[in-house]
Write a protein that binds this ligand. Structure first.
Ligand code: ZN
Length: 139
């Protein structure tokens, strides 16, 4: 089985537990470390440092997820499994792995309901999108 598919299926299983218990059991913690190694540590830091943000636009209800990285902010399309960082571009699209650590952090944060919600007007949507897209080019 391809590495990225294995990661994907294993993470989905773990996220199901997290959504119910709202915490990471010792067993799942070990599985996450085994599966993702460093990426899990980095992702977990983003979650615990509240660097995963959910932007909700009013009145449309559109949602954008953003991860605040070391050098830039990254745009995440959760459902599409997309992140704007270079790691995603080079490794995830090559199927070397299923998640960059931003995407992994977003998945964990959403399952645990541990993230900041930022409300914005719909008028700000395109402006913010433009800013985040520029960030990813600089990365
Ligand atoms: Zn990323």
């Amino acid at each position: 089985m391809a590495v990225s598919l294995h990661e994907h299926l294993s993470l989905e299983q773990i996220l199901r537990d997290l959504r119910i218990s709202r915490e990471i059991s010792r067993q799942n913690w070990q599985r996450l470390r085994q599966l993702f190694g460093d990426r899990f540590d980095k992702a977990w830091r983003l979650v615990t440092e509240n660097r995963v943000k959910k932007y909700v636009f009013k009145p449309s209800g559109r949602v954008l997820w953003v991860a605040i990285g070391q050098h830039a902010e990254y745009l995440i399309y959760s459902n599409a499994g997309y992140c704007s960082c270079s790691d995603f571009y080079f490794r995830v699209l090559d199927h070397e792995k299923a998640y960059c650590y931003h995407l992994l952090a977003q998945k964990l944060a959403e399952a645990l309901k541990h993230y900041d919600v930022i409300e914005e007007e719909d008028e700000a949507y395109d402006i913010l999108l433009g800013i985040w897209k520029e960030y990813s080019v600089q990365d």
